[in-house]
Design a binder for this molecule. Structure first.
Ligand SMILES: [Zn+2]
Ligand SMILES: [Zn+2]
Length: 224
């Protein structure tokens, strides 16, 4: 068990044990994956209303049809997301991909798994793109192909803007790099907060002709 911050850091950097239970093989053991996923009721990601198959209510005018998340952005998922962005992030990202695969329904084999690309300067700083790693691991797990069909135009400063302003601004920050016309897409990202980023990504794909866009993320951060 973790006793002090130094031991916590050592656990983080050495990754001998599962990041949550500290007992079984990590970074997230199979039992803890089940615990993370157990909490997922079928709800609309925007208003939290119970819906079938994680559908987004039609009243929101969302570009997403359905959205899944492993858990709330608190406790172990939050710590793991923070750890993923530091230290041994690749292993955690791959675990997240497998865990996400475990909560999804069946997707037809021609569904494209598309990561919401991280801003280039962050990838350079971190050395990897966590959404891409999660997407690849998820796709491999459920037998689909992952494609980097989205790219960011630039990193737009979002500080001090409200949700509507952010969504408006985000719409210009993605472009498609692959042909997505006629395709069904499963978007993958680490966190949903305001939903601005994932909606902008989904809108971009729909505008490029994607017939439907679903999403799965590691954690949903309800702003309330
Ligand atoms: Zn565990
Ligand atoms: Zn709703």
């Amino acid at each position: 068990m973790i006793i002090n911050p130094l031991e916590q850091l050592v656990t983080l950097l050495t990754f001998i044990k599962c990041h949550i239970c500290q007992m079984r093989e990590g970074p997230i053991c199979e039992l803890c994956v089940d615990v993370l996923a157990a909490d997922t009721e079928s709800r609309c990601y925007i208003c939290n209303k119970l819906t079938k198959q994680n559908r987004v209510c039609s009243g929101h005018k969302s570009a997403l049809r359905r959205a899944w998340w492993l858990g709330a952005y608190s406790g172990p998922p939050k710590e793991l997301i923070a750890a993923m962005k530091l230290g041994r992030g690749r292993a955690i990202a791959r675990s997240f991909g497998r865990a996400c695969a475990g909560i999804l329904p069946y997707f037809p084999p021609d569904t494209l798994v598309v990561p919401v690309s991280t801003a280039p300067q962050r990838i350079r700083r971190r050395g990897f793109d966590q959404s891409t790693l999660i997407a690849r691991s998820l796709a491999a797990e459920i037998g689909l192909s992952a494609q980097a069909a989205l790219a960011r135009r630039s990193n737009v400063d979002q500080i001090g803007k409200n949700r509507i302003e952010r969504i408006k601004q985000m719409q210009t920050t993605f472009r498609t790099t692959n042909l997505v016309g006629g395709k069904s897409i499963l978007l993958v990202d680490d966190i949903i907060t305001t939903g601005a980023t994932i909606e902008a990504a989904a809108r971009c794909l729909r505008d490029a002709g994607a017939v439907r866009v679903d999403a799965v993320v590691v954690a949903r951060h309800l702003l309330k």
